[in-house]
Design a protein around this ligand. Structure first.
Ligand code: HEC
Ligand code: HEC
Ligand code: HEC
Ligand code: HEC
Ligand code: HEC
Length: 214
């Protein structure tokens, strides 16, 4: 997966960098900034059930919150439990072999072993709630999930990407009630809308090292 070794020496590097703050910190950021990292972009593991976002979130129009209901409350965006699927699939396609594992999971209570796609290293602090309530849409970080049959990682989600937005968030901030509307097209300059919301909510994304490396 990552081209960097996920070992304690990275943690030491981060800790060292955080302690060394000041001038070193800014230099660190700029050096990293120009570093060509496209890490897990494109990662698309095969999932145990052929569940399609394009069908459910796109064609059927189910809101992301219907299934990922914890994004507003917590750091983690929960993958829905089987009961949510069975709310429909007890009736819809209830004999489909493609749903065999879902029915089994419902009977046994054993979770479907979905494979996680987007993964940050442990030494990075990330929180969905902070972004979603600020008005940063899922589309800014995950792309058009509602058009994907199988989810793949579309954006690098590396430090350069985080900092890019934290330094200039305005183009990516919208009214919070529209964050799951991935095809939203603003009727005027998105940066202008963003700037108004940023001023109103006093948003201030961290650009200092300890904001993300705690
Ligand atoms: C009917 C339930 C359902 C809805 C609605 C839904 N999802 Fe999902 N989502 C899932 C399931 C199940 C998985 C795990 C399997 C997979 O990756 O396809 C998942 C996985 C994901 C992942 C990948 C998570 C990882 O492992 O890194 C992202 C990102 C995601 N969903 C975003 C969205 C967005 C954005 C929307 C709204 C446009 C949405 N989902 C709507 C059920 C749903
Ligand atoms: C709001 C209702 C609803 C929910 C909730 C829902 N689905 Fe579906 N699902 C559908 C409908 C409708 C279809 C399309 C049926 C058709 O093609 O006629 C479908 C189709 C499918 C198919 C394809 C079945 C086939 O035989 O082609 C799979 C697999 C599937 N869903 C998995 C899931 C999983 C896994 C979840 C939970 C994460 C889930 N669904 C949640 C309504 C739902
Ligand atoms: C600012 C960027 C950003 C936004 C906005 C965002 N995500 Fe994520 N998402 C991530 C990152 C980064 C991860 C990996 C987190 C980790 O490994 O700790 C992730 C992981 C996920 C996962 C896998 C479970 C988890 O929490 O690790 C799901 C599901 C998901 N996102 C859904 C959504 C949905 C739905 C929305 C919109 C309501 C959304 N995300 C908005 C960056 C974002
Ligand atoms: C598209 C824009 C965007 C991207 C990409 C983004 N962020 Fe943010 N982030 C924001 C905004 C806007 C806020 C301000 C929230 C506030 O002030 O309430 C924020 C706030 C934060 C906070 C402070 C909130 C808290 O809970 O303390 C952390 C930490 C953070 N982001 C980490 C990350 C990390 C790590 C990444 C990359 C994986 C990332 N962000 C990517 C826009 C973004
Ligand atoms: C907005 C969030 C954010 C801020 C602020 C931030 N980082 Fe990071 N940093 C990340 C993310 C995300 C990664 C993981 C990158 C990846 O997986 O590609 C990372 C990775 C790293 C790494 C390990 C990668 C490597 O090259 O070995 C170091 C070292 C690091 N950061 C140092 C710093 C320093 C020093 C600062 C302050 C100048 C800083 N970070 C500020 C998000 C941030």
């Amino acid at each position: 997966m990552a081209i960097f070794p996920k070992s304690s020496d990275i943690i030491l590097k981060v800790l060292g960098a955080v302690i060394g703050l000041g001038a070193v910190a800014t230099i660190g950021a700029y050096t990293y900034y120009s570093y060509p990292t496209v890490i897990d972009t494109g990662y698309q593991p095969e999932q145990p059930v052929p569940y399609s976002h394009k069908l459910h979130a796109g064609q059927l129009g189910l809101n992301c919150f219907y299934c990922h209901y914890t994004v507003y409350r917590g750091a983690y965006a929960a993958i829905p439990g089987t009961e949510i699927c069975m709310g429909c699939h007890q009736k819809v396609k209830d004999k489909s072999p493609r749903l065999e594992l879902v029915r089994q999971s419902y009977e046994t209570g054993e979770a479907i072993p979905w494979k996680k796609i987007h993964v940050l290293p442990d030494y990075v602090y990330f929180n969905h709630r902070a972004h979603v309530t600020a008005g940063v849409s899922c589309v800014s970080c995950h792309g058009r999930i509602d058009q994907m049959v199988e989810v793949h990682q579309e954006k690098p989600l590396n430090m350069a990407m985080c900092l890019d937005c934290h330094r200039n968030p305005a183009p990516n901030v919208r009214p919070a009630e529209l964050v799951t509307q991935l095809d939203w097209v603003p009727d005027r300059d998105p940066s202008e809308i963003g700037r108004e919301i940023i001023a109103q909510k006093h948003l201030n994304p961290p650009t200092n090292c300890s904001g993300c490396h705690r």
